[in-house]
Design a protein around this ligand. Structure first.
Ligand SMILES: [Zn+2]
Ligand SMILES: [Zn+2]
Length: 415
């Protein structure tokens, strides 16, 4: 089997080389390329090569053709000396970047296609990887995830919400925002302009908290203030803009459509809200008399807080918060291949988000087929064709499908 693993990696490396050698796949240059740090993972040496700088995109393109990277990254930061050690680079600023990855979004299908094995005791399970092994308490796992359409679609939904916050609430312009398919299980959003460049970690944290709906004044102090006066629900959703507005709008929708099951789900026992919905909407949401209905209060654990929190969870954007606050972060380079899938990281216009299809548009290998032995794979669609499910079987597949399965550790090339 070991021989097949090496053989398979060589096969994928060769396909990546062909991709980078084909002039049709011209890799676009990031803004101010000479101020960025570059990093590569090569097929040959498996270690990450960091702290490289490039003066021109043409240098990089010829490097890819010769050395064949499995993954290419550049800093979101701009430096005086991108090649220097971390402390001596001379930070000049950084793009504001967001990573929306299916790993951070719970989906019902992750139990079907994701697996983990404890590296210490080999205990294994399906679904999201636990923090500690339930059997031995170990912290290291090998995982198998899958770039599933439903998972990537849920990442797309979060990306839409994020862009809504950036554009409507925070006032970023569409021309400064760039959306990318990550090449694996999600999307990246980069904001590039002179103002965001200078934001420090704390300012970026503020933006993260805002889009995540953390620290909202609506909930502030209410956790502790159990005995707050009913006649003075101070400052609860007083605005029609920002989060106050989003919460009100969401609460209106919730109340209009609410059933007993919906209330049960968010642990609201008092069912007054199901009767006379219009009176409640008028008095509470329109006139702000939140405590005017008997038994429907704002205090901690109160009905309004429970509904508002539920709405907050629906409306907030689930992003990888660490990526955005890290002003030295390395991010995958646009146009390059993802070593876990063989798909491209690819930019597309924001207006196309609804219709963008990564399994069609990010496919890098258009020609040829390969015979592979697949250990296991769910049904999947790639380049307009449907494949699988497969279980311990030999199949002849188009190159893109074969590369995907090999990269995901689900298949080997047959010699
Ligand atoms: Zn274990
Ligand atoms: Zn899924």
């Amino acid at each position: 089997m070991q021989k097949n693993v090496t053989f398979s990696r060589d096969f994928v490396c060769e396909k990546f080389r062909e991709f980078y050698q084909n002039p049709i796949n011209e890799i676009p240059a990031p803004l101010s390329i000479d101020q960025r740090e570059f990093a590569f993972l090569l097929f040959k040496e498996r270690a990450m090569i960091r702290h490289r700088s490039v003066a021109k995109i043409s240098w990089l393109r010829s490097l890819f053709r010769g050395s064949v990277p499995s993954d290419v990254y550049h800093s979101c930061a701009y430096y005086e000396n991108p090649e220097a050690d971390m402390g001596k680079k001379g930070w000049l600023g950084a793009d504001l970047v967001f990573d929306i990855d299916a790993d951070h979004i719970p989906t019902s299908c992750d139990k079907i296609h994701d697996e983990w094995v404890c590296s210490t005791c080999s205990f294994c399970g399906k679904g999201p990887t636990p923090e500690t092994c339930p059997s031995c308490g170990g912290l290291k796992f090998s995982t198998k995830t899958w770039p599933c359409k439903r998972c990537i679609d849920s990442a797309k939904g979060e990306t839409k919400k994020l862009i809504g916050f950036l554009e409507n609430d925070l006032g970023f312009e569409e021309k400064d925002m760039h959306v990318f398919f990550s090449g694996h299980r999600g999307y990246h959003v980069h904001v590039e302009n002179e103002e965001v460049k200078q934001l420090d970690t704390i300012a970026r944290r503020e933006i993260v908290d805002y889009v995540s709906g953390l620290g909202l004044s609506a909930f502030e102090g209410r956790e502790e203030a159990k005995n707050q006066s009913k006649k003075n629900p101070r400052g609860f959703l007083v605005n029609d803009s920002g989060w106050d507005g989003h919460l009100k709008e969401g609460m209106r929708e919730f109340i209009l459509n609410a059933t007993k099951d919906d209330l049960d789900r968010i642990k609201v026992k008092n069912q007054t809200i199901l009767q006379n919905k219009n009176v409640i909407l008028k008095r509470c949401l329109d006139e702000g008399r939140w405590d005017s209905i008997r038994g429907v209060s704002i205090s901690s654990g109160g009905v309004w807080i429970k509904i508002a929190k539920h709405v907050r969870d629906l409306k907030s954007a689930k992003i990888d918060t660490v990526v955005t606050t890290d002003i030295h972060r390395l991010i995958r380079m646009n146009g390059t291949l993802h070593g876990k899938t063989g798909l491209k990281k690819l930019e597309f216009p924001i207006g196309r988000l609804n219709n963008f299809d990564p399994f069609q548009e990010a496919v890098a290998f258009k020609d040829g087929t390969a015979k592979v032995f697949v250990s296991s794979a769910p049904e999947f669609r790639l380049g307009g064709k449907v494949f699988g499910p497969f279980q311990d079987q030999e199949v002849q597949l188009p190159t893109a499908a074969a590369v995907l399965l090999i990269c995901k550790g689900r298949a080997e090339v047959k010699e």
